[in-house]
Ligand binder design. Structure first.
Ligand SMILES: CC(C)(COP(=O)(O)OP(=O)(O)OC[C@H]1O[C@@H](n2cnc3c(N)ncnc32)[C@H](O)[C@@H]1O)[C@@H](O)C(=O)NCCC(=O)NCCS
Ligand SMILES: Nc1ncnc2c1ncn2[C@@H]1O[C@H](COP(=O)(O)OP(=O)(O)OP(=O)(O)O)[C@@H](O)[C@H]1O
Length: 243
């Protein structure tokens, strides 16, 4: 009952405003609504909270956007964090060590060592993904169920590999955050101490940023200031009726 009310209120607001299906920023801190004859489509017919997929290439600013969304009261489920928990489980570590010998030491994953082997070769990365991703998905489903029980009407699913996993079909809306490659590289080098080559190796294993943008319902350009980013996040939430 409550859920259909949310769905209707989203539709009403967007019908009334005849606003954007897509929000883009052509320059930092400037948000432009592109008109679309159709109201924003809320796709899911399934019960449970509506899902806002949050994705983007390495270093685009997903975690930063996720923090803003949390700050606005939304429940954010973080696939990277779940992957980290999964890769602490003995069962997963045994599978990883068997597939990538030498990457687990004293029961702890050597993340740089695994990265060096996995991101160097698509077949190896596929093998790692096959171990980790089903477990991450199961945990995300469990978290979503918990959020539903707590009364959440929307959940944000922060999933770096949303398009790579074909998960967009299960989302009610997809928000892609993006920034120019060189800026993403510089930000990740600064944040994580990775080399330029390490960042580029990961980027090369992801769906190209241009393809992500093309598939998005909302594109947030994070090539500028944090204030500009925040303004775009608020515009997207407004268009979804969550502002
Ligand atoms: C290889 C691992 C150990 C490296 O750990 P590390 O701490 O260096 O990176 P972290 O997990 O924080 O990921 C940082 C970013 O790297 C990129 N990345 C991570 N895994 C992948 C992947 N399988 N394919 C492409 N890009 C990836 C994403 O942009 C991600 O946001 C780790 O990333 C991992 O276990 N990856 C497999 C699980 C996975 O796909 N996680 C991402 C989404 S669920
Ligand atoms: N607009 C901005 N201005 C300055 N720094 C920023 C901005 N947006 C994000 N950053 C910084 O850039 C780095 C990358 O951002 P963030 O961690 O949010 O990206 P991500 O997409 O989650 O990365 P990953 O794919 O590695 O998980 C962080 O250190 C973050 O604080």
């Amino acid at each position: 009952m409550q859920k259909s009310h949310v769905c209707c209120s989203v539709r009403q607001r967007i019908d009334a405003q005849l606003t954007a299906r897509r929000v883009t920023a052509l320059a930092p801190a400037i948000v432009t609504a592109m008109t679309d004859p159709a109201p924003f489509p809320i796709r899911s017919q399934s019960p449970g909270p509506k899902r806002l997929g949050l994705t983007g290439s390495i270093g685009a600013g997903k975690s930063t956007v996720a923090a803003l969304l949390r700050g606005r009261g939304l429940t954010v489920l973080d696939a990277d964090a779940q992957a980290r928990l999964v890769t602490e489980q003995p069962e997963t570590l045994a599978l990883i060590e068997a597939a990538f010998p030498g990457t687990v030491r004293d029961g702890v994953l050597d993340r740089p060592a695994l990265s060096a082997v996995a991101f160097a070769d698509p077949a190896r990365l596929a093998r790692l993904n096959a171990i980790v991703h089903p477990r991450v998905r199961a945990r995300m489903t469990a978290l979503e169920r918990r959020a539903a029980e707590a009364g959440a009407r929307w959940v944000v699913q922060d999933i770096p590999l949303l398009f790579e996993g074909g998960l967009e079909a299960g989302m009610d809306a997809v928000l892609v955050v993006d920034a120019p490659l060189e800026l993403r590289v510089a930000r990740v080098m600064e944040r994580s101490g990775f080399s330029r080559e390490e960042v580029l190796a990961r980027d090369a294993r992801q769906t190209p940023a241009a393809d992500k943008r093309a598939k998005a319902d909302f594109v947030i350009d994070n090539g500028g200031t944090l204030a500009g980013l925040e303004a775009q996040v608020d515009a997207a939430l407004e268009a979804l009726g969550l502002g």
